[in-house]
Each structure stands twice: as C-alpha cells, then as structure tokens.
Design a binder for this molecule. Structure first.
Ligand code: 4AD
Ligand code: MG
Length: 482
C-alpha cells in the first residue's frame, strides 16, 4: 500500500476506505489523538489510536517530532476542526525523537533561536509556511515568463566580469592560498589558476542575459547571485536569488510595465494558491507586532496589504521629483532623517525610500531617471532636461513598503560610442568586456531589463521581517553554517 499525502486526504470524502499516511508527530493528546503533518500542507491530520489494542511500548514512542506511519480507515471526524480523521489499525515508527534532546519544543521559539538551528526549523509551522510560499512564488515567476514567451536562460555562476562594476565579489580560485604562485614581477600568477585568469562568483546575470536577448528577444534568468558587501542588515544576503528579464526593443516605460505586471501576477498567485500558509503567516505577524508600539504596527493585515498592491497602480516619478518631495518633507525640515536630504545628486537612503512609500504615497513607488553618477555603466544616458540639474540615466527602482528597493533595472545604453565613453569615465575595463560591446557593434537595438531580488519578494509576501528567515540557509558576514 502506498502512502497518500495529507493535503490530498483532507480534500477527500470520509468513505471509510483504508489509507496510509506518513509524517511527523506535531502533538499527541490523551494517549489517543495524534496530530500528524507531512509537509504537503499547513494542516495536520488527526490519527486516532486505538490504545486498547496498541502495544503500550509503541504508544510511548509517539513523541513530538517522531516520524511515524499510520494505516487505517479514513472516517468522518468525531471531533471539531476537521472533516476527516484516520482510525488507526496500525502505527509504524520510522524514527524516534527524544524530547529530552530535541532542540525543537512544541511551544513558541524565537526566530533568532530557530536561525541557529536552521537545519531543523523547516519543521515549525512558520517555516513550513515560508518555504511553501517561496516555492509557489518561484513557480509563479517561471509561469509568468513562460506564458509570455520568454526563454529561461542559465547564465554562468563563475565569471571573470563584474557586471555591476561595484567590486563586491567573491574570488573563485584553486590556487593554494598558503603559497600563492608569483610572477617575476611579484604579482599573483593567475596563469597557474584553474581558469588562467582571475574569476569570481557572479553578482548578476544581466550582461549575459543581454547577449541572449539580442537574438532570442525575451529572456530571463533566475539563479543565485553573490555579493561580498559587508551589509549586516535585515535586507541583505551574501548569496541571494535574482530574477533578471531582458527584453529586446523595450524602453523604460515597457520595462516598468513588465515589472509591475510580474509583481502583480506573482503576488496574486500566492494569494490564490497559498491561502492556508498566508493565514499562518498573517497571524504570526500580528503576534510579532504586539510587542511594538501602536504607531509602528502595520496598518493593514498581511493579505490585505498583498491585495492592495495588486489593486493599485504603482506611483511613478523621477528621482528629481522625489528629491523635491523629500527636501520639503516634515521629517527633513524637522531634522528627523539621519541623513538630511540636501540636494540633487546623492543616493537615497532606505529611510528616504521608506518615507516616500510608507508615508507620502502609501503604495509601491517606481523611481526613474536617477543621476548617472550613482548608477551602473550600462544604463542608457538621458537627454538633458530642463529643471534637472545634472546628467541622468534611464534607471528604475521599485520601492515596496517595509522592504525598500525590491527591483532595480534600466533601459540599456545601446549606442556604442556613448557606452564606451561611459565605461572609460568609470574605469570599466573595455578590453575584457569586448563581448558585451560586440552586441552594440553588430545589430544593436534599444533594450531594457531589471533584477528582482527574490528573497525581498518572499519577505514582502510572507510578512517575515528578516531576510535570513526566507532563504533556507542564509549566507551573511560571519555565517556560512550548514
Ligand atoms: O539593483 P541591483 O544591484 O541590480 C542588478 O544587479 C542589475 N544587474 C539588475 C538588472 O537590471 N538586470 O540588484 C537587483 C535587486 C535589488 O533591487 C534587490 O532586490 C536585490 O537585487 N538585491 C539583494 N537582495 C538581497 N541581498 C543583497 N545583498 C542584494 N543586493 C541586491
Ligand atoms: Mg539597485
């Protein structure tokens, strides 16, 4: 007899047919009622043990966390809260779980503690919900792009380029760090390294995605990316997953429309397919926020917030317009910003982004046309515009409530001369990126794309508050456990 998953059993009518379930014990009440979970859904199934006909030694081994199987009739539940239950005729113990030693306990444990035992935290209701929602979002992203005729492109994880030009890279080498080979001039001899050149883990698949888009038209990547930035925050990881669509013939407006459609679609998908898990996460958030002062609690329940994002167009404005709003804002005038907004040209801090999204517009915001000086070399240079103090690029950042930047993208500079000039100005090695420049030499065309930080999306949809709690095994400064 093969096992049936609990998600399926809970949808089945109680006909008395014999079924087999396998899972982990969540609770065992009155030496009779087992709440069993197998990960297929948030809910448990109730297994009723016939304790008169079951060996007491076996009953003793039904402990919180133990892996067991139960065979018996699927009947209408006598108790409240569930439609069906299993009247067990046989219990099988697969793996015992000693409650004296088990790091998980059947009570509330802090997220900080659970992070230390991330190898076991999947077993909690909260993390079960988080990882089911994470899966649904990943699937929805593939479905969104596939339904629109995009091709999924696998860009390399090991690369010799720094796509963002920010230098925050993890080196990849097989050289013996204890005795690095040196050239006659005393430099590290990369000729002896595996790839015969310095290489690193990718910070973005964008440059390669652009190459694909120049023939396949519409592509996207969805893979791990790595940043050695020393940001010990609740929004940054050293290893995170990024979705990067790249579309030939798209301009900045098309790019914003695509990003907005995608976010709406995937959030809607989660609302439709993860209702039970989102309910658990919504209740968790309410509990967490009870310890906060009233004015710092969310104004909306989690699922209301998700619905709000789907139902309202994002606010679109330029960086220059945003600076004006921020300069004249109350917190700026009253000296409440840690970084006062003085003038045009500086990067926005997360407190500024959050003011715009959470206080001023009260909805997601797309900021465009940032100063060229604070953006990457590949972004398309705008024509000078009256009222805009300096050169700008066709960049767009999408800012979300509670998250800040969730998407970063741009129309790309497709004009060879202007791109080369900008690379020179920014000391980006032209010779190494000859292949990137070739797309501008041969059949260049306007195109645009963006990067969605997957964990930031999962953070938003699950209502979790620390990015380390939405990826199975987070990598951050000082931590590469598991
Ligand atoms: O804004 P970023 O750096 O843009 C790029 O990498 C472009 N190549 C994307 C493109 O146009 N194809 O990163 C894109 C997004 C950010 O908006 C953020 O959501 C996420 O990636 N992100 C991070 N997420 C977690 N931890 C980090 N350290 C992150 N850095 C960026
Ligand atoms: Mg960015």
């Amino acid at each position: 007899m093969s096992r049936t998953k609990i998600a399926e059993l809970l949808r089945t009518e109680p006909t008395g047919t014999e079924v087999l379930v396998k899972g982990w014990v969540k609770a065992f009440r009155n030496n009779q009622f087992i709440a069993l979970n197998d990960g297929s859904c948030a809910a448990n199934i109730q297994v009723v043990v016939d304790h008169e006909n079951t060996d007491p030694a076996l009953l003793d081994r039904i402990k919180f966390g133990a892996a067991i199987g139960a065979r018996g009739a699927l009947i209408e539940s006598q108790g409240k809260g569930q439609k069906v239950e299993i009247k067990a005729s046989e219990i099988i113990i697969y793996g015992d779980c000693n409650p004296e030693e088990y790091p998980l306990q059947p009570k509330k444990q802090t997220l900080e503690y659970l992070r230390e035992i991330a190898h076991l935290r999947f077993r909690t209701n909260t993390f079960g919900a988080v990882f089911r929602v994470r899966h649904a979002l990943a699937y929805a992203i593939h479905k969104f792009f596939n339904d629109r005729g995009f091709y999924y492109l696998h860009t390399p994880v090991i690369t010799a380029s720094d796509a963002e030009g920010a230098g925050e890279m993890f080196r990849v080498t097989t050289l013996d760090l204890d005795k690095l080979p040196r050239t006659e001039g005393g430099e590290i001899d990369f000729d002896q390294d595996f790839f015969r050149r310095p290489t690193n883990l990718t910070v973005s698949g964008q440059l390669e995605a652009e190459l694909g888009a120049m023939a396949l038209g519409e592509v996207y990547t969805f893979g791990p990316t790595f940043r050695a930035e020393n940001s010990n925050t609740t929004r940054h990881l050293a290893e995170f997953w990024m979705i990067e669509p790249e579309v030939a013939f798209n301009d900045l407006v098309d790019n914003m429309d695509l990003a907005e459609d995608m976010l709406r679609y995937v959030i809607g998908y989660a609302l439709e397919h993860c209702a039970d898990d989102l309910k658990i996460l919504e209740e968790r958030l309410v509990e967490e926020e009870k310890s906060k002062p009233q004015d710092q609690r969310s104004e909306m329940a989690l699922t209301d917030k998700l619905r709000f994002v789907i139902d309202n167009r994002f606010e679109r404005l330029t960086y220059t317009e945003a600076i004006d709003i921020l300069k004249n804002s109350n917190p700026n005038k009253k000296g409440k910003f840690q970084f006062p907004v003085e003038g045009w040209g500086t990067d926005l801090q997360s407190e500024h982004e959050r003011y715009l999204v959470e206080k001023h517009f009260k909805k997601p915001v797309i900021l465009t046309n940032y100063p060229a000086a604070i953006k990457a070399f590949y972004m398309r240079q705008d024509e000078p515009k009256e009222g805009v103090p300096g050169p700008t690029v066709s960049a767009m950042d999408i800012l979300f409530p509670g998250i800040g930047e969730i998407v970063g993208g741009s129309q790309r500079e497709e004009r060879l001369e202007r791109l080369v000039q900008r690379m020179r100005d920014m000391h980006i090695p032209e010779a190494e990126l000859y292949w990137y420049l070739d797309t501008r030499r041969f059949g260049s065309c306007p195109h645009a794309g963006f990067g969605l930080g997957f964990e930031r999306l999962v953070l938003f949809v699950t209502g979790m508050t620390n990015i380390r709690d939405v990826i199975a095994f987070p990598r951050y400064p000082g931590n590469a456990e598991f």
